[in-house]
Design a protein around this ligand. Structure first.
Ligand code: PLP
Length: 394
């Protein structure tokens, strides 16, 4: 078998991970089993003692799941990866694995809503403190550092504001202050951005989004830069029990093969959609990393290998206009989530970020008229025609 390490991105999507199957299957089979047979008592003992490689029990490890983990670790240039039942299982396990009672974490204020709820509502009960700042401005991070700060957690581009944070600058601060830099790379996928190459320690994805890409499973994955970080994560995963299951992993491996071609097509359309929205009289503003009007346009061009497929825009008519638009689209599916082959539209103020308190929403730039749009791979003419008729109804 070819060593996939030196292959290009698309080749890694097809051949990466290097699964060896005794029946020589061309794709990774689904090892739908909860447990694995030992040859003898000594064999079982050696597997448990870690003296011998071998699968024991699916929560601890499974060949289908391992194949996905090896492949994504390769795509993100990490030491190893751990796959999870959901993106939130990944986020929660990262918090549990790397933070202790008395520690403090600094995070981007516009992070995924549940990541913030997990930290402020639950990790706080175990004595973990957190501060949320606009990480787009590095000075805000510096000001928030305390003697007990241990983690810097960023999401870039952020959800749903599309604000971009400078990963290299964050890595520099993290190094100076001994912080672990964690990047939620869901909005980019490994195709557009590799945070570990810019100095991050841990990268995570909701694979529900771009990596799987077909809106048919929920999953998560975390990639650690070093063996030490990987071990801490893996042991926390198998004790918390948020492992991905083999069938789920098979679906993700299948979806992952087309990651690059899906993103290439959708982001070409996203650029056209963003330009259309920017020139529309009922739209107050558009935030898309491909538009020169994006506040961190230069940084985005430097840090990302593309401009992505996620657009957020502000309607002039606020909440009422947002509601009207949601009820008028016909092609775009009114649904949360993103990064799939189908175009999705949602309204963060009343949906994904409804549980975030009003003050925090305002501080994070999540206004009542903000609409989040995930561009799919349909014909761009059809996507724009749908938006046109929906905007006409406002
Ligand atoms: C969806 C999402 C998550 C959570 O992932 P699930 O798979 O829904 O559990 C975390 N971060 C970001 C940026 C997301 O978009």
């Amino acid at each position: 078998m070819i060593d996939t390490k030196d292959l290009g991105f698309n080749s890694k999507l097809i051949h990466g991970g290097g699964h060896h199957d005794e029946y020589k299957a061309a794709t990774v089979p689904i090892y739908q089993t909860s447990t694995f047979r030992f040859d003898c008592a000594e064999d079982g003992a050696a597997c448990f003692a870690g003296e011998k490689d071998g699968y024991i029990y699916t929560r601890i490890g499974n060949p289908t799941v391992s194949a996905l983990e090896r492949q994504v670790a390769e795509l993100e240039h990490g030491y190893g990866a751990v796959a999870f039942a959901s993106g939130m299982a990944a986020v929660s396990t990262v918090y549990m694995a790397y933070l202790n009672a008395g520690d403090h974490m600094i995070s981007s204020d516009a992070v995924y809503g549940a990541s913030r709820t997990m930290m402020e509502g639950h990790m706080s009960r175990f004595g973990v403190e957190s501060t949320y700042v606009k990480t787009e401005d590095i000075e805000n991070i510096k000001k928030a550092i305390r003697p007990n700060t241990k983690m810097l957690y960023i999401e870039t581009p952020a959800n749903p504001t599309m604000g971009i944070t400078d990963i290299e600058a964050c890595a520099k601060i993290a190094k100076e202050h001994g912080l672990l830099l964690v990047v939620d790379n869901t909005f980019c996928s490994p195709y557009l951005q590799n945070p570990l190459d810019m100095g991050a320690d841990v990268v995570l994805h909701s694979v529900t989004k771009f990596i799987n890409g077909h809106a048919d499973i929920v999953g998560g994955i975390v990639i650690a830069k070093t063996q030490e970080l990987y071990k801490k994560l893996n042991v926390m995963m198998l004790n918390l029990g948020g492992n991905m299951d083999p069938h789920q992993a098979y679906m993700v491996i299948r979806g992952l093969k087309t990651l690059a071609i899906r993103i290439e097509r959708a982001q070409a359309s996203a650029m056209k959609v963003a330009e259309f929205l920017e020139s529309h009289p009922k739209v107050a503003s558009v935030t898309y990393p491909g538009l020169k009007s994006h506040p961190q346009y230069e940084l985005g061009r430097r840090q990302m290998r593309g401009t992505g497929t996620m657009i957020s825009f502000e309607l002039k008519g606020g909440l009422e206009a947002g509601r009207k638009m949601m009820n008028s689209v016909k092609l775009a599916i009114l649904a949360v989530s993103l990064g799939g082959v189908e175009t999705l539209i949602q309204h963060p103020a009343s949906m994904t970020h409804a549980k975030v308190n009003a003050e925090a929403k305002k501080a994070a730039g999540i206004t009542d008229g903000l609409v989040r749009f995930s561009v799919g791979i349909e014909e761009v003419e059809d996507i724009i025609a749908d938006l046109t008729q929906a905007l006409d109804k406002i």
